[in-house]
Ligand binder design. Structure first.
Ligand code: DGY
Length: 418
């Protein structure tokens, strides 16, 4: 195990650009939002101040309206598409114009609780808290205009689960006509069979062009997007982060912020009940554009165990994971393998991802489902042993997929081994 830990340390060093890390060289040569937040938890084992810097760098590129973009293009690199010339967001340091799962407050609380230098941690947390709060405010103002308690994503890239089967129907309403010619770069770095399809890329870019034509004005984008989906996994990350932000706010004497944040958790968890499926014994996504649940059992519906959901739901999810564990060799598949479109190698249509395993295991352990939590952790470590620090893995046979030497995979391994 110490060997695996040392390998993880080497990967973090290899992908460290000084004030931020790249997810992996080649395929993802910039700073990604949720990659950075989760990777900071690994960096903390090596260099505590550097871990805080990772999150601070991310927030130093926050937009005036509160959004924290999903990519910060710190330096030029033509090995990635779509680059700044496609996004055209007009930022001093170019960024994308959409966001990603808001896991920063969760990660920050982990750094805060583990800090050896408590004094520095309090100062740095106090400076970050209002910025994270502004991001959360941005979500509830712009992505939940009817104040349902849950936010929508307006682009599949925001979910982090780019090509999930969950999006297929909703995404088919996004046109492909009128999208200019483009050349993908992702398929130069990795096996095209592990990546989204060309047609999906056309729709991804159609949405980017639509939002760009509206000047990236977030007060307009939610209504203007034909793709508006409420993902229980995304919302669980937001709600867990709201709960963690509230705890830090209490520690730092910010009682008003703690109260607002806790109220959001209560409202959001109550609203999630409408996403529960008795058929699948898990949560489902909701297509806000047409007002219907999406009949698609993915990891997005299991991830809520990361948030403080009712005990009865957590028990059902723990049982569901056990059932899935009999169907795959390695938990947790990003989609139910009994669904026809399941594809164990294609990105988020089946593969197991260690970051999701980490969040699920964390929630299960917190709620006392130790046995299934232990299975998720031991499967994760086994995947690394067999396949190295890949981006994701085929849950059926453990084959490593996507990019190699992955920063957040390494960070999660450090947590699993500790
Ligand atoms: C990609 O380029 O594949 C990313 O997931 C989008 O952020």
């Amino acid at each position: 195990n110490s060997d695996l830990f040392d390998q993880a340390v080497d990967i973090l060093a290899r992908n460290d650009k000084g004030t931020y890390t790249v997810p992996t060289h080649g395929l993802y040569p910039f700073q990604w939002n949720w990659d950075s937040a989760l990777s900071a938890i690994g960096l903390n084992y090596i260099n505590e101040p550097r871990a805080w810097t990772e999150i601070e760098t991310l927030f130093s590129h926050q937009w005036e309206d509160g959004m924290v973009p999903h990519i910060i293009f710190h330096q030029e690199d033509d090995g990635y598409f779509p680059g700044p010339e496609v996004w055209q967001t007009g930022r001093p340091v170019p960024t994308s114009g959409i966001t990603q799962p808001p896991v920063a407050a969760f990660a920050l609380r982990r750094l805060f609780n583990r800090a050896k230098d408590k004094e520095a941690a309090r100062t740095r947390a106090a400076a970050l808290l209002p910025k994270i709060a502004a991001w959360h405010d941005w979500f509830f103002a712009n992505r939940d205009p009817e104040q349902t308690g849950l936010v929508a994503i307006i682009h599949p890239w925001e979910s982090g689960r780019d090509n999930s089967i969950d999006w297929d129907d909703a995404f088919s309403r996004v046109p492909t006509e009128g999208v200019g010619a483009f050349t993908r770069r992702d398929t130069l770095h990795t096996d095209p069979a592990h990546r989204p399809t060309q047609e999906q890329y056309q729709r991804y870019i159609w949405l980017v062009e639509r939002f760009r034509s509206l000047g990236w004005d977030n007060s307009k984008l939610h209504e203007a997007s034909p793709f508006r989906v409420v993902d229980p996994g995304f919302n669980a990350i937001l709600l867990r982060s709201c709960a963690d932000l509230a705890d830090m706010a209490d520690d730092l004497g910010e009682t008003a912020l703690a109260e607002t944040s806790r109220a959001r958790v209560a409202k959001g968890i109550a609203a999630l009940e409408a996403h529960w499926s008795d058929k699948y014994k898990q949560y489902l996504c909701y297509d806000r554009a047409i007002g219907a649940l999406i009949d698609s059992p993915s990891i997005g519906g299991l991830l809520p165990v990361f948030a403080p959901i009712p005990e009865e739901r957590a028990t059902a999810i723990a049982a569901r994971l056990e059932t899935l564990g009999n169907r795959v060799k390695y938990l947790v598949p990003s989609h139910d393998p009994d669904v026809e479109d399941f594809d164990g190698r294609r990105y988020w249509r089946g593969p197991a991802w260690l970051i999701v395993n980490y969040m699920i295991a964390d929630g299960l352990a917190r709620d006392g489902y130790d046995q299934v939590a232990a299975r998720v952790v031991s499967d994760s470590v086994e995947l690394i042993r067999i396949g190295g620090f890949a981006e994701y893995f085929d849950p059926m046979n453990g084959a490593p997929c996507g990019g190699p030497h992955f920063t957040w995979t390494a960070a999660m391994v450090m947590e699993f081994l500790k």
